[in-house]
Design a protein. Structure first.
Length: 275
């Protein structure tokens, strides 16, 4: 049995990951801002579940959740940084407060969770950190630039963390889901800034419309996604990045092709700046 620590475990992909881990006989410290929401998500009250209130923007609550988990299970093996939300709006349209609030959860919430859990993993010289990013953290788009920026930050943190923790026996994987049929595109998980600048209708408008129209119609199956995520923790050599969904694969391949074309086209300029 492994012991999982999952943030944002009351709904969406976090709930499905928690459910899949429990179904496989693992213990799960399932956290959310409201513990009653976690308990409501698992009315069968499985034996391996420890539901704890923890807001990822409150380091003290995360420390208390870790302490409660260690008291119950004695260890933590898998840390899933899943808590987060989306933000829609052209870059110039997004208010300073909206941008800072987003980064407080999507980026600093990850850092807070890592600071609370990594001492245990380091002491054990084992474990696996799963940072739930997004394909938008590898290849973003108009109207979701600030959300993409928060997930780009998670990518950078994870890349560095991968190198820092590998000598200690702790693995790191960034999960890059495409569109999944969770509640991510409804008002409980995404904030929409007003379309206040007419000049951005052409650039950001189509993405705004597509996001509004696709709630519940995303191609990804969250149950299958959760299974793939739990599976990767059982791999002998897990990847640094795990894309989920054909749409995620397509966007990653398109960006890699673009980067390669531009690198080749402008290579002479890049090389001309050296000694």
């Amino acid at each position: 049995m492994s012991v999982w620590f999952v943030t944002g475990a009351s709904r969406g992909l976090g709930a499905e990951i928690t459910r899949e881990a429990l179904d496989r006989g693992h213990g799960v410290i399932a956290t959310a801002r409201d513990v009653s929401a976690v308990l409501a998500a698992y009315p069968e009250k499985p034996d391996g579940l420890l539901a704890v209130s923890a807001d990822v923007t409150e380091p003290g609550q995360l420390t208390a959740a870790v302490d409660a988990g260690l008291a119950r299970f004695g260890r933590i093996d898998i840390v899933v940084n899943n808590a987060g939300y989306g933000l829609v709006g052209a870059v110039e349209e997004v208010s300073d407060k909206a941008a800072r609030d987003l980064f407080d959860v999507n980026v600093f919430g990850v850092l807070n969770t890592l600071r609370a859990t990594l001492p245990t993993l380091r002491a054990q010289r084992s474990g696996h950190v799963l940072n739930i990013g997004s394909v938008g953290g590898f290849a973003t788009a108009p109207a979701v630039g600030l959300y993409g920026a928060s997930k780009f930050a998670v990518e950078g943190i994870s890349e560095a963390l991968h190198g820092e923790l590998a000598p200690l026996g702790v693995r790191v994987t960034i999960v890059e889901p495409g569109g999944f049929r969770t509640d991510f595109l409804n008002s409980s998980s995404i904030q929409v800034e007003p379309a206040s600048i007419g000049d951005y209708v052409a650039g950001a408008g189509p993405v705004r419309e597509a996001l509004a129209e696709n709630d519940g119609r995303q191609p990804g199956d969250p149950v299958k996604g959760a299974k793939a995520i739990v599976d990767v923790t059982e791999a002998a050599q897990p990847p640094l990045r795990l894309q989920l969904g054909a749409d995620a694969v397509e966007r990653v391949e398109a960006k890699l092709d673009l980067v390669r074309r531009e690198l080749d086209e402008w290579r002479h300029v890049a090389l001309s700046t050296g000694i």
